[in-house]
Design a protein around this ligand. Structure first.
Ligand code: RP5
Length: 164
């Protein structure tokens, strides 16, 4: 029977991040990896965020993907509250195009790591693929799907024709 309890918790600072973060949720879905996606903020809803992290851990989530924009401290706060791996995705921001998000997320002081991915859709999809790779270490089905995904991707690149 397919597992329905979330293995990955996706959290984003605002519902406005969903356009980008839906790429992570969609990528996980392609691998049949259940996830729980929430909009919770480190500064607007800190107590609800802490509660969700604790509940997610208790219910068997194996890692978190955290996305935020601007002074993007969400991923660091999630990492402070759990010892599970935290994968950070910097959101494109209105004035600095996500450079602010990237730098505030990637420059974590020593001791509380956040594995930071690219700004935007590619980062969201790659964070999901990285979560899949971690889960594949202890799940042969997921490992097989990841091998197949890579093979399909390789074939697609090799068979693609350049425009005339
Ligand atoms: C951050 O501020 C969110 O992660 C979002 O990327 C950014 C803007 O949020 P909204 O003003 O759209 O709610 O906390």
């Amino acid at each position: 029977m397919a597992r329905t309890k979330p293995l990955v918790g996706i959290v984003m600072g605002s519902t406005s991040d969903w356009d980008v973060m839906s790429h992570a949720a969609r990528q996980l879905k392609e691998f049949g990896v259940p996830c729980d996606s929430r909009a919770l903020s480190a500064h607007r809803t800190p107590d609800a965020l802490a509660e969700w992290i604790e509940t997610s851990e208790k219910h068997g989530v194996r890692c978190f993907i955290a996305a935020a924009g601007g002074a993007a401290h969400l991923a660091g706060v999630v990492a402070a509250k759990t010892t599970l791996p935290v994968l950070g995705v910097p959101m494109p921001s209105k004035y600095l195009q996500g450079m602010d998000s990237l730098l505030s997320m990637v420059q974590m002081p020593k001791g509380i790591p956040v594995a930071t991915f690219a700004i935007g859709e590619a980062g969201a999809a790659n964070a999901a693929l990285f979560a899949v790779a971690m889960l594949a270490l202890s799940d042969v089905n997921i490992a097989r799907k990841l091998e197949e995904f890579r093979e399909r991707q390789t074939r697609a690149v090799l068979s693609a024709k350049l425009p005339e």
